[in-house]
Design a protein around this ligand. Structure first.
Ligand code: PXP
Length: 240
């Protein structure tokens, strides 16, 4: 299974101060050293974390695949077409949301949203593998298949929010994976996956890629804290 790490929230910490640290590109290199197969970044329309320059620097710094998440908005699409990452995952975006709340609306049967269809075509023509981030719902999967994309990413948010109480979302996810495979789609999954809930999803054989971000960045802050304080302690003590 391919494992992509989303480093958006490294940039979130940087943007809290509008400074240069921590650097998401440096974090990406650490992720790859730690065993990630690729790096995911979400270039949001409001640029609240990842900036255009980060995507450019990332593309120059890593030879591993980059999965660029983006909404079908003019200026972010232009960045994707210019940088031509290995993969683009099209996501819905609402300005005030804290994170991507639901899957993409692919439009009604046989009437795909023109802007979506056009974005998929332009990315595909540029050699970018296109994936659609959608809810684990059979009708939406059918619509995605009609759009001719090679891959979808199933939104695991409902599973992540309910796995402690019930297996229903996991079962729904499994059925969606089976349905997508029967439509000839490659299946990815992500959102809200943590060290506590990843195992049952990682065990679904036909999911070929996972995208995980917030939980890994959160853990890295804690597992790195002792070392970070030790290094500052040394600098202070050496000055005395
Ligand atoms: N997949 C997609 C399409 C996303 O938008 C996100 C969040 O940016 C993720 C995966 C990762 O979610 P999380 O940060 O909750 O692991």
């Amino acid at each position: 299974m391919r494992f992509f790490v989303n480093v958006d929230h490294v940039a979130t910490i940087r943007e809290a101060r509008k400074t240069t640290e921590p650097d998401p590109v440096e974090a990406a290199l650490a992720c790859l050293a730690g065993g990630a197969d690729g790096i995911t970044v979400h270039l949001r329309e409001d640029r609240r974390h990842i900036q255009d320059r980060d995507v450019e620097r990332l593309a120059a710094a890593v030879t591993h695949p980059i999965n660029l998440e983006l909404a079908i908005a003019g200026d972010v699409l232009a960045v994707a077409l210019r940088i031509a990452p290995h993969q683009a995952t099209l996501v819905p975006e609402r300005r005030l949301e804290i994170t991507t709340e639901g899957g993409l609306d692919c439009g009604p049967a046989a009437q795909p949203i023109p802007k979506l269809r056009d974005s998929i075509r332009r990315l595909g023509d540029t050699g970018v593998r296109v994936s659609l981030f959608i809810d684990p719902d059979p009708t939406t999967i059918d619509r995605a298949a009609e759009l001719g994309v090679p891959a979808i990413e199933l939104h695991t948010g409902e599973y992540a929010n309910t796995y402690r109480e019930s297996d229903a979302a996991l079962e729904r996810l499994q059925r969606a994976v089976d349905h997508a495979k029967s439509c000839g789609l490659a299946v990815h999954a992500g959102h809200g996956l943590t060290y506590s809930n990843v195992t049952p999803v990682a065990a679904i054989e036909d999911i070929e890629e996972l995208n995980i971000g917030h939980s890994i960045v959160s853990r890295s802050v804690l597992v790195g804290m002792k070392q970070a304080v030790h290094e500052m302690r040394q600098r202070i003590d050496e000055a005395r």
